[in-house]
Design a protein around this ligand. Structure first.
Ligand code: GLN
Length: 477
């Protein structure tokens, strides 16, 4: 049972004098303890969370109107987001013991709005993976069934919300890392438009894809968090220069929606039967609510994942080159010269998945293969981008499950990375094109595991997504 489903519920109890920030933090700390075996947290900021709660309670007692928009919200952060004076390791050995020297813009903004950060949560190394098994801290486990993966790479973030150890979590989404774990854990996962939120202070995986996203119980909290963390930032030159919009205004969706789905996705050979039938149930429900849900031939579905893995490994190879054993974190102690130091530190400091991607990325960028792989994948990205944006001339949304398969058992795909890559088929389109996408729970599969459906909208149309759910309720409501 989840105690609070939204910040509004928390605020109602605080305003009624039933509870306060300190009691809420203590409640979540007790939940963290009780669910310790899920391995969601890699560090709990116990003392400082309590102290901060006391301070905020004092501020509220003095003047209830003086508190920020996130007052009462207890938040966990993925171990790829810098928080000054706290460790950040990207779940890697190469950043073992590294302390952030500044806070990410998102952290600054959360603290400015009186949010409380309760701990650092597990993930796949540098965001590379879909299972949360590629972590030096060991796998996080799905609270619905701890023998199953929670998804990844923001697995710890999803579990921390699912297991009621915090109200919300910050994750990052390069190819689905917020939405796929949200689907597997039955929470709301939201990836905004590329450039909506500053990436300053986010450990870079693939910079032209990475975007910070949120995991919450409600769409309403996703909108609220976005409102607080989005907008211009002088520290990130890729962030949009638009002013942050108001995402919490009660703007209704004034007509029925026009929603496109790809029959090729619903008939895909990778698609598990249980996902297909749940997905179709959602489409029928939307139809019965009066929306027009129409099939559309996208044609490029099977090119998305290969192009994504060429481009992201190329960017990752370059981004991860900064971890050389000299500047941050782990350093091999036996090396005799500089080359050996680089070599040994990187060999020991990165896990198998990160090394696989560094090698693949350097390969696709190497002079003999650049045109054949990297340049070609860029062209494919452009095609996907243009074709996707074309769809939004006629449709409000594109709908798809977040994952073609239900959560695997822990260890099940250990020796099959390519199969794991291919399962990103439904989420990477949004990152390839930079559009916003949300995954919202839509009931359970036959085996009892949660299932989430994904809705994508045109660039910077987050408000359209929020209005849709505000007006029509969640998918199966
Ligand atoms: N599973 C994808 C990958 O491994 C997505 C990861 C992410 O979004 N950070 O690249």
């Amino acid at each position: 049972m989840t105690k609070y489903k939204s910040l509004q519920e928390v605020r109602a109890e605080i305003d009624a004098g039933i509870t306060n920030c300190k009691a809420i933090v203590e409640y979540y700390l007790s939940r963290i303890k009780a669910t310790n075996e899920l391995n969601a947290y890699v560090e709990v900021f116990k003392k400082e969370a309590i102290e901060r709660a006391e301070l905020l309670d004092k501020k509220y007692r003095k003047n209830p109107d003086s508190v920020g928009k996130l007052f009462g919200m207890v938040i966990s952060i993925k171990d790829v987001i810098c928080y000054k004076g706290h460790q950040v390791t990207g779940a890697s050995k190469i950043l073992e013991g590294f302390q952030a020297v500044y806070s990410a813009t998102v952290i600054e903004r959360i603290l400015n709005e009186d949010g409380i950060i309760i701990g650092r949560v597990n993930c796949d190394q540098f965001g590379m993976g879909s299972t949360n098994e590629n972590s030096i801290y060991g796998p996080a486990k799905n609270a619905a069934d701890p023998t199953k993966i929670p998804g990844g790479s923001s697995g710890g973030s999803a579990v921390s919300v699912q297991a009621d150890t915090c109200l919300a979590s910050l994750g990052s989404d390069t190819g689905g890392s917020v939405r796929q774990p949200a689907s597997f854990c039955g929470v709301v996962g939201f990836k905004p438009t590329y450039g909506r939120i500053s990436r300053y202070g986010l450990l870079a995986y693939a910079s032209s894809f990475d975007q910070i996203g949120t995991l919450t119980h409600s769409v309403e909290d996703a909108a609220l968090l976005l409102e607080c963390i989005a907008g211009k930032d002088e520290f990130d030159c890729t962030v949009s220069q638009r002013n942050a919009e108001n995402f919490t205004l009660n703007i209704p969706f004034k007509r029925k929606a026009k929603i496109a789905y790809f029959p090729a996705a619903f008939g895909h050979e990778m698609l598990d039967d249980s996902i297909r039938s749940k997905g179709k149930e959602v489409l029928e429900k939307l139809n019965s609510k009066g929306h027009s849900v129409e099939p559309l031939d996208f044609g490029l579905l099977d090119y998305i994942v290969p192009a994504y893995y060429v481009l992201t490994t190329a960017e990752a190879a370059s981004n991860l080159s900064r971890y050389d054993g000299v500047r941050f974190g782990f350093r091999n102690q036996t090396a005799q010269n500089l080359n050996e130091l680089y070599n040994k530190s990187r060999t020991e400091g990165f896990n198998e998945e990160a090394k696989r991607r560094i090698m693949l990325g350097n390969f696709v960028l190497s002079s003999g293969y650049y045109d054949e792989y990297y340049a070609k994948a860029q062209e494919v990205r452009r095609l996907i981008y243009e074709k996707t944006l074309q769809i939004f001339k006629d449709y409000d949304f594109i709908i798809m499950p977040a994952s073609p398969v239900p959560p695997w058992n822990i260890g099940e795909k250990k020796d099959n990375p390519v199969e794991v890559y291919l399962a990103d088929i439904f989420t990477v389109q949004a990152n390839m094109t930079g559009i916003p996408a949300i995954c919202v729970p839509a009931g359970n599969l036959q085996n009892g595991m949660p299932f989430g459906m994904q809705l994508m909208a045109n660039k910077f149309e987050e408000n359209k997504i929020f209005s849709f759910f505000r007006t029509f309720g969640n998918f199966l409501e």
